[in-house]
Design a protein around this ligand. Structure first.
Ligand code: C2E
Ligand code: CA
Ligand code: CA
Ligand code: CA
Length: 278
């Protein structure tokens, strides 16, 4: 039976209509998937460039679908954002990531974790309360939790990020600006954002080797962020040359396939515990 369905989904898709139907069918299963425990987190380490130390890991959502296999977030997050499903999904992500982090910290890994928020999470009145409860339940210090919000989401709701931080009170949870450089905010605007860190979008990082413009954007963003007391992460570092360049351009931290791909927790832990040089 499962065999027939797999064939229907993947081989007999002669038109856009059936591709659309396939996606539709999949998305209809997302709510039950959350209930049935089919969501998973993979973790991608974030490394401090000056020392090589792993400072944290970003939690990235996947859906382990019983027939389709591992579904990447690009195929279902947008849909979840258009419904209110994104709120319980985000609550699940925060809980799962903090539980994982608590386990790693108990094992001696001195690190933090970052989770991604959607614009829609900003209007979730339960978000801050959920974070408070989960920090308490897991014993993780709030300073070890980072909320990643895209630059465009920040721009759409400039006051909500600050409001959420104030609801988080003295927990020391931080906000990072994700995909920095793609949201068309002026650099001067950074000053008004309640963020501790910017993550320079991979589209710039990947071009630093070949494109002077991209290189100068990364340099300027890093200088400006530092002037505002923020740290700078280079995302999407895919080779050693880019790793050297983003270091020279002033980035503090890096993430990317060259360092480590997003991995299930046990594999990520092995990577983090291994001595290495880049
Ligand atoms: P993002 O937050 O910008 O995450 C970075 C994406 O780039 C991840 O894709 C990661 O696997 C990928 N990546 C990391 N290093 C490299 C590299 O060196 N080269 C390249 N080409 N790619 C790299 P992923 O896991 O498919 O996630 C895609 C997007 O889905 C994320 O982009 C984020 O916006 C969203 N997302 C993922 N998990 C969650 C979640 O729990 N909640 C929400 N709201 N969104 C999520
Ligand atoms: Ca992110
Ligand atoms: Ca931190
Ligand atoms: Ca990003």
């Amino acid at each position: 039976q499962a065999h027939t369905e797999l064939r229907d989904l993947h081989i007999y898709t002669p038109s856009m209509d059936s591709a659309a139907r396939e996606t539709q069918a999949l998305l209809g299963e997302l709510g039950p998937a959350l209930e049935q425990g089919e969501l998973r987190l993979h973790y991608q380490p974030k490394v401090r460039l000056a020392t090589g130390a792993v400072e944290g890991a970003e939690a990235l959502l996947r859906w382990q679908h019983p027939r389709v296999g591992l579904v990447p977030p690009g195929r279902f997050i947008g849909h979840a954002e258009q419904t209110t499903l994104i709120n319980p999904i985000t609550h699940w992500v925060i809980e799962a990531a903090l539980r994982q982090l608590a386990e790693w910290r108990r094992a001696g890994l001195d690190m933090g974790v970052a989770v991604n928020l959607s614009t829609r999470n900003f209007s979730d009145p339960e978000l801050a309360g959920h974070i408070h409860r989960m920090l308490e339940a897991t014993g993780v210090p709030g300073g070890c939790l980072e909320l990643e919000v895209t630059e465009s989401a920040m721009m759409l709701n400039p006051d909500r990020a600050a409001a959420i931080l104030s609801e988080l009170g003295d927990t020391r949870v931080t906000i990072s600006i994700d995909d920095f450089g793609t949201g068309y905010s002026s650099l001067a605007y950074l000053d008004r954002l309640p963020a501790a860190c910017i993550k320079v979008d991979q589209s710039f990082v990947q071009r630093v080797e070949t494109d002077n413009g991209a290189r100068e954007i990364v340099r300027a963003a890093a200088a400006m962020a530092h002037a505002m007391g923020m740290e700078v992460v280079a995302e999407g570092v895919e080779n050693a040359r880019v790793l050297d360049l983003v270091t020279e351009l002033g980035c503090d931290l890096a993430q990317g396939f060259h360092l480590c791909r997003p991995l299930p927790a046990p594999e990520c832990r092995s990577w983090m515990e291994q001595p290495r040089g880049f």
